[in-house]
Design a protein around this ligand. Structure first.
Ligand code: PNS
Length: 172
């Protein structure tokens, strides 16, 4: 993008989420978002009250391993308002994935609230591949807890970490 001063500015996009854990649906959206931006920041919410299965540190470590060697993808943590973090990073675009119509209401509400708070930042919705339209971190965790096969739904390193975390939980 060319600025008012004629300089070319890098297009920074933010892909926020809980990523508890990262799924192949997330990876699909990340790949699509990379083609739209010069730099993509995967922003991991440190959601204290949501009681995630994985600590923010583990969630970030998984994403960092998956995108090691991709200089256009940066993984960062954030707390508080997403738009404050977007402004801090210089991102002008928030990317969210849509799997089905059922996602829309919540996403629409969030996008409009973010627009009210920061009108200069656009939310862009990308459609996940139909292959992942039923995949969410919540469903994957439930299936894994009940002993179902989640291979192909999450990256291999997340599958291993999930199994380990669930074994640890069941020992308690
Ligand atoms: O992966 P998720 O849990 O659907 O991601 C939700 C997320 C992190 C995008 C959303 O909860 C968020 O932006 N939280 C930060 C708080 C905030 O900015 N709220 C105002 C917008 S409604």
């Amino acid at each position: 993008m060319t600025s008012a001063r004629g300089k070319t500015e890098a297009r920074v996009a933010l892909y926020p989420g809980s990523f508890d854990p990262v799924t192949n649906g997330h990876l699909d959206i990340i790949e699509r978002a990379r083609s739209l931006a010069d730099q993509l920041i995967v922003a991991v919410l440190v959601n204290d009250e949501k009681e995630p299965l994985f600590t923010a540190r583990r969630r970030i470590a998984m994403l960092e391993r998956l995108f090691a060697g991709c200089p256009d993808v940066e993984v960062r943590r954030f707390r508080g308002l997403l738009v404050d973090f977007a402004r801090e990073t210089g991102a002008r675009m928030i990317v969210r994935g849509l799997r089905a119509v059922s996602d829309f209401e919540y996403e629409f509400q969030m996008a409009l609230m973010n627009r009210r708070l920061a009108p200069e930042i656009e939310t862009v919705f990308l459609m996940a591949s139909e292959e992942y339209s039923y995949v969410s971190s919540r469903v994957v965790k439930e299936v894994a807890r009940l002993g179902g096969d989640i291979s192909g739904l999450v990256p291999e390193l997340a599958r291993k970490e999930l199994e380990r975390a669930i074994r640890r939980q069941s020992r308690r």
